[in-house]
Design a protein around this ligand. Structure first.
Ligand SMILES: [Zn+2]
Length: 93
């Protein structure tokens, strides 16, 4: 795929949509484990909170589904262990 064409925008154009998504509580969001395909809500992940950050594991197979590390003024969110998120948005948004 060419990145030098007229069929794309600068990703800054997605800023408003991403800001809307990341402003809701995602613990109720549905997802699937990228390893075993088990479907669950984020709240059902097995949370390990004693690491330098938060690590969520699949409740079925135990593989890592997310990692969240915070530092002053920064956050790193790694969702490589999941497929897509099914986020319930407040009405009217
Ligand atoms: Zn799994």
């Amino acid at each position: 795929m060419s990145t030098n064409d007229d069929h794309h925008l600068d990703a800054n154009a997605a800023g408003g949509a991403l800001r809307e998504i990341f402003s809701v509580d995602v613990t109720a969001a549905g997802t699937s484990c990228a390893t075993c395909a088990h479907s669950f809500t984020f709240a059902e992940a097995l949370l390990h909170a004693w690491a330098p950050g938060l690590v969520g594991r699949c409740p079925a197979c135990g593989e890592v589904v997310f990692r969240l590390v915070r530092a002053p003024g920064r956050a790193w969110l790694d969702l490589r262990g999941t497929t897509c998120l099914d986020i319930r948005m407040p009405e009217g948004r």
